[in-house]
Design a protein around this ligand. Structure first.
Ligand SMILES: Cc1cc2nc3c(=O)[nH]c(=O)nc-3n(C[C@H](O)[C@H](O)[C@H](O)COP(=O)(O)OP(=O)(O)OC[C@H]3O[C@@H](n4cnc5c(N)ncnc54)[C@H](O)[C@@H]3O)c2cc1C
Length: 469
C-alpha cells in the first residue's frame, strides 16, 4: 500500500493512524507537542504537557458510538482504557432499570460506553499508537505548510507532503489534516493558491467552567438527574470518568457577565449545591483547578467547491473539518465516525486522488454533516432559551423542541423513549432515520401530559444572582 502522513497526533490523528496502518499503509504522525504519553493515567492527568489542546483539562465524555468504534477498530486503545480504570456505563439499561415493566435485552448492549478524563482517553490512544505496527509518531514537529507536485486535476493544487517549521519535508501519497479546531489548513491552502473551503462557523455562545473531583473509594456519584441539566440561564454538566473521578461543569452564555463568577471555586460550589439533583457530585476531593473556556466555535468546512476539490492529496478529519461545541459530549465520537469514513474511502479510492477527494466529501456531507447540523441546532435552541430567560421573555417552544423535551423526560418511564433517547444522545442513529420510523412520533406525543416536563429543581435567575454575588 502507500505512505500516509498525518498532521496532528490528537484523538483523531492517532485513531486514523492506527486504522490506516491496519489497512497496510505506512503511516507517519507529526505532532507539535513534544511530550510523549506518560507511563500511566495518573501522570497523564497531572503532568502531560498538551499545550496545543486548549480543552485538555476540561470535561470529556465518550458516547456509545465512539466507544463501539474504539472497541471494534482500535482494540488496543479500548483495552488500555478499560484496563486502566475507564468507566463503563449504559444509560439505557439504567433508565430501563427504573421501569418496573421494562426488560433489558442483549440488543441494549449497544448503548454501553467506556469513558474517562480527556487525559486518560488520549493517553490510551497515544500509548496504543506508540507500539502499533506501521505507525511512526514524531513529536515536537510543528508543521508550517504543505508541499505540492504535479496537478492531478488541471488548476487544482496537488498536495504531496508536509513542510515542518525546520524546513524538512515529509512526503506521502496522502496527507491528512488532523490538527484540531484551530487547524491552519485554510492558510496552507491559500499559500498554494487553492480555492478556499466553504466554511460555516458560529460561536456557540457558551462559556464553560469546570473541574475534576475524585472519591476516596473509587466510586462515582450516583445519577439522580440528567448528566446535562438545564437550569434557566445556565446548564450543569456532571460526567463520570475513570478511576473514581468525575467532572462538574457549569456553563452559560459567554456574554452573560454575571456568570463569569463561576470561575471562582466558591461561587461554583454554591451554585452546584443549590441544584439538589447534582449537589452530591461535589462530595469528593477536587483534583484540578477551575478551568474555563469560551469562544468555542461550531464550524464545518467543506473542501469541495463547485464540484471540484480545493486540493487533491489532502483530506481533513475530526475537528479540523467539523467541530461542535462540547455540551453534548460528541466531538470525539463524531471525529471517530469521520475517521471511519476516511478509512472506508481511502480503501476504495487509494491511488486516485481526485476520486478520493470527491468521495470523502460526499461521505462527509451525507454521513457526518447531519450529526454536526443536529448538534448545532440543539446549541442554538439552548442559547435561545437562555436569552429568553435572561430577558424574562416567554420561551417559544417549536414542535421539535417539544418532542425533544418529552423524549428526554419520558426516558425514565417509557422503554421506547429510553432507547430512542439512547440512540440519539449516543450518536448511534441519525435523527432523520429515527423519526422516520412509523408511529414513533405519535407514541412520543401520546405521552404529553403523562410525563412531567417541568423545569428541574434548582435556582431561578434571582436566586442565581444571589449565589454568584
Ligand atoms: C471545552 C471542551 C470540552 C469538550 N468535551 C468533549 C466531550 O465531552 N466529548 C467529546 O467527544 N468531545 C469533547 N470535546 C471535543 C473534543 O475535544 C474534540 O472533538 C477532539 O479533541 C477532536 O480531536 P482532533 O484529533 O480532531 O483534534 P485534537 O484532539 O485537538 O488534536 C489536534 C492535534 O493537532 C496538533 N497540532 C495542531 N497544530 C499543529 C501543527 N501545526 N503541527 C503539528 N501538530 C499540530 C495538536 O497538538 C493536537 O495534538 C470538547 C471540546 C471542548 C473545547
Amino acid at each position: 500500500m502507500g505512505k500516509i502522513v498525518i498532521a496532528g497526533g490528537g484523538m483523531c490523528g492517532m485513531a486514523a493512524a492506527m486504522m490506516l496502518a491496519d489497512d497496510g499503509h505506512e503511516v507517519t504522525v507529526l505532532e507539535r507537542d513534544a511530550a510523549p504519553p506518560p507511563p500511566d493515567v495518573g501522570s497523564a492527568f497531572d503532568g502531560w504537557d498538551r499545550r496545543s489542546v486548549a480543552q485538555f483539562g476540561l470535561a470529556h465524555f465518550l458516547q456509545p458510538r465512539g466507544t463501539s468504534i474504539l472497541k471494534e477498530q482500535l482494540p488496543t486503545a479500548y483495552e488500555l482504557l478499560s484496563d486502566n480504570g475507564g468507566y463503563h456505563w449504559n444509560l439505557v439499561k439504567f433508565l430501563l432499570g427504573l421501569q418496573p415493566d421494562a426488560s433489558i435485552g442483549p440488543d441494549d448492549d449497544r448503548f454501553g460506553l467506556l469513558t474517562g478524563r480527556r487525559s486518560t482517553l488520549e493517553w490510551a490512544l497515544a500509548t496504543a499508537a506508540n507500539g502499533h505496527a506501521g505507525v511512526t509518531v514524531r513529536r515536537g514537529d510543528a508543521i508550517a505548510g504543505v508541499t505540492t507536485g504535479t496537478d492531478v486535476i488541471p488548476g487544482v493544487p496537488h498536495v504531496t507532503g508536509l513542510r515542518l517549521q525546520t524546513g524538512e519535508e515529509v512526503l506521502g501519497d496522502i496527507v491528512i489534516d488532523a490538527t484540531g479546531r484551530r487547524s491552519p489548513t485554510p492558510d496552507w491552502l491559500a499559500a498554494i493558491g487553492a480555492v478556499p473551503p466553504i466554511e460555516v462557523a458560529e460561536d456557540s455562545g457558551f462559556a464553560y467552567y469546570g473541574r475534576y473531583f475524585r472519591s476516596a473509594d473509587g466510586s462515582v456519584p450516583p445519577m439522580m438527574g440528567p448528566a446535562l441539566a438545564p437550569y434557566g440561564t445556565f446548564s450543569l454538566l456532571t460526567l463520570p470518568a475513570d478511576n473514581g473521578t468525575w467532572s462538574v461543569t457549569l456553563y452559560g452564555l459567554s456574554d452573560d457577565k454575571d456568570l463569569r463568577k463561576f470561575r471562582d471555586p466558591e461561587v461554583h460550589e454554591r451554585v452546584v449545591r443549590a441544584c439538589p439533583l447534582q449537589a452530591h457530585w461535589l462530595d469528593g476531593e477536587p483534583i484540578s483547578e477551575m478551568k474555563s473556556m469560551a469562544g468555542v466555535v461550531d464550524r464545518h468546512r467543506r473542501f469541495v467547491v463547485d464540484g471540484l476539490p480545493c486540493a487533491t492529496g489532502l483530506l481533513s478529519v475530526g475537528d479540523a473539518s467539523s467541530s461542535t461545541n462540547p455540551s453534548l459530549g460528541r466531538g470525539i465520537t463524531l471525529g471517530f465516525i469521520h475517521v471511519e469514513l476516511l478509512r472506508r474511502e481511502i480503501a476504495k479510492h487509494f491511488g486516485d486522488p481526485a476520486a478520493l477527494a470527491l468521495a470523502f466529501d460526499e461521505a462527509t456531507e451525507n454521513e457526518m454533516r447531519p450529526w454536526h447540523d443536529a448538534t448545532t441546532t440543539i446549541d442554538r435552541r439552548r442559547v435561545a432559551e437562555m436569552r429568553a430567560e435572561l430577558a424574562g421573555a416567554p420561551i417559544e417552544s417549536d414542535p421539535a423542541t417539544q418532542i425533544a423535551n418529552l423524549l428526554a423526560a419520558a426516558g425514565a418511564q417509557d422503554a421506547v423513549c429510553a432507547r430512542t433517547f439512547g440512540e440519539l444522545s449516543g450518536c448511534i442513529t441519525l435523527p432523520a432515520d429515527i423519526f422516520a420510523r412509523p408511529g414513533l412520533l405519535d407514541h412520543i406525543m401520546s405521552l404529553a401530559g403523562k410525563v412531567s416536563v417541568e423545569p428541574l429543581p434548582g435556582p431561578d435567575r434571582s436566586q442565581l444572582m444571589e449565589l454568584v454575588s
